[in-house]
Design a protein around this ligand. Structure first.
Ligand code: S3P
Ligand code: PEP
Length: 427
């Protein structure tokens, strides 16, 4: 399936209870099970390419996996040297967290990914890991995958990170769990905190004090995880924007993680005028609940703080900017340039193709709200760009090409979308 034609939508009222399970939590569930004694049980694991690659890697590292289609049981007898090259596919989260997990494990490990991942920067994890004794190398002096790791003993550290990145933080927390003394990691702004919450739930000694996380190495294996993965707010957000830009529409997104580090894009949409409410329904490892979004005319906003809390949703939020009155600005978001695509360029080019005035900056862009027009937009192999411009099509019709990437995070996206509008696939 290489292209889709999306029709303009009429008002809709919907409840969605099958939004894709959270990608960040699914990756972590598979990986953290390797640190437990006994069997971890994960229900509602995201069965998408990125996270299935992590599960396959865990299997290659010696875990036994039993899957009845509902619950995945993962039992590990410790990390074993794999026969295979470990392929993370398209996933930055996969490769960077595995670097932390494997740097202290016995054996030799080769991590790689697809042509997009092999262009993304890895020094952000390989440099701090090398500083504490990790034996890790890769192309361009360890900046680019394939990466090769020879497990080694790691020294205790106090690391002051310059980037607000949950991938870097999680990598270093995983390394710290097997270092030779108490470690601390400080970040410039709080990034998503699933790693801390899940590992604490498994009994790890991790103390969070504002931006500083202190980790005491594991003395023994952790307790197994028992988790139901909540729906992914980053996936749910495409449908939040769908309701926010389609007059008189109303949508309820069920069972989503309401972790404050993940729902900032919904808060931004609320600041733009959309009518949004949250209902807490569960609280295990993190708050979980339903998000209701009702259409209201949107106005422009500036987004410049806590960028890591909505970094993955910025492409979809930019579609709402295009439909708002006034000029919306995104600042401090240079991290967008090193995602699956350079998301500053792909958003700017895509919106311009749809007739919207956009000004590009080094660290963001300014979108002048206007009339979206039907265009052909190529995703550049980036799932979030593909889904964002498909949602734009609900306003004006759209042809979006290069769609296979959607399977990395949201395989049932089209099944849900067809509850809202007509879609026609082309070769
Ligand atoms: O830790 C995670 O699960 C993620 C962290 C973020 O990346 P960075 O840590 O690079 O900001 C985010 O963009 C990615 O989709 C998932
Ligand atoms: C950036 C993303 O993922 P990753 O970094 O894991 O490839 C994303 O899903 O938008």
């Amino acid at each position: 399936m290489s292209a889709v034609e999306v029709s303009k939508a009429n008002k809709f009222s919907l409840k969605l209870n099958t939004i894709a399970p959270d990608k960040s939590i699914s990756h972590r569930s598979a990986m953290f099970a390797m640190l437990a004694s006994g069997t971890s049980e994960v229900t509602n694991f995201l069965r998408a390419e990125d996270t299935l690659n992590s599960l396959e890697i865990v299997k290659n590292l010696g875990a036994t996996i039993e899957d009845d289609g509902v619950t995945i049981k993962i039992s590990s007898g410790g990390i074993k040297e794999p026969f295979e090259i470990l392929d993370c596919g398209n996933s930055g989260t996969g490769i960077r967290l595995f670097c932390g997990l494997l740097s202290s494990a016995n054996g030799h490990f080769v991590l790689t990914g697809d042509k997009y991942l092999r262009k993304r920067p890895m020094k952000r994890v390989t440099t701090p890991l090398r500083e504490i004794g990790a034996v890790i190398d890769g192309r361009e002096d360890s900046n680019l995958a394939p990466l090769s790791i020879r497990g080694a003993s790691l020294k205790a550290f106090d690391y002051d990170s310059k980037i607000a990145s949950a991938q870097v933080k999680s990598c270093m927390i995983l390394a710290a769990l097997r270092a030779d003394g108490i470690c601390s990691y400080t970040e410039p702004e709080l990034s998503r905190d699933h790693t801390e919450r899940m590992l604490q739930g498994m009994g790890a000694d991790i103390v969070v004090d504002g931006l500083k996380t202190t980790i005491t190495p594991m003395k023994e294996l952790l307790s197994p995880l028992t988790i139901r993965v909540p729906a992914d707010p980053s996936s749910a957000f495409f449908f939040a924007v769908a309701a926010a830009i389609t007059p008189d529409s109303d949508i309820v997104l069920e069972g989503v993680t309401l972790n404050p580090t993940r729902i900032e894009a919904f808060k931004a949409l609320e600041r733009m005028g959309a009518n949004i409410s949250y209902e807490l329904t569960d609280n295990r490892y993190e708050p979980i609940g339903d998000i209701r979004v009702k259409y209201a005319p949107l106005h422009a906003i500036t987004v410049e703080d806590n960028i890591s809390w909505l970094i993955d949703e910025l492409p979809a939020l930019s579609i709402a900017f295009a439909c708002a009155t006034g000029e919306s600005v995104v600042k401090n978001a240079e991290e967008l340039r090193v995602k699956e695509s350079d998301r500053i360029s792909t958003v700017v080019e895509g919106l311009r193709a749809c007739g919207i005035e956009v000004h590009e900056y080094k660290d963001g862009y300014r979108v002048v709200g206007g009339e979206l027009k039907r265009a052909t937009v190529d995703s550049d192999g980036d799932h979030r760009i593909a889904m964002s411009f498909i949602i734009a099509g609900l306003r004006c019709g759209m042809n979006v090409t290069d769609l296979d990437c959607i399977n990395t995070s949201f395989p049932n996206f089209f099944e849900l979308l067809q509850k809202i509008t007509k879609i026609e696939f082309k070769q």
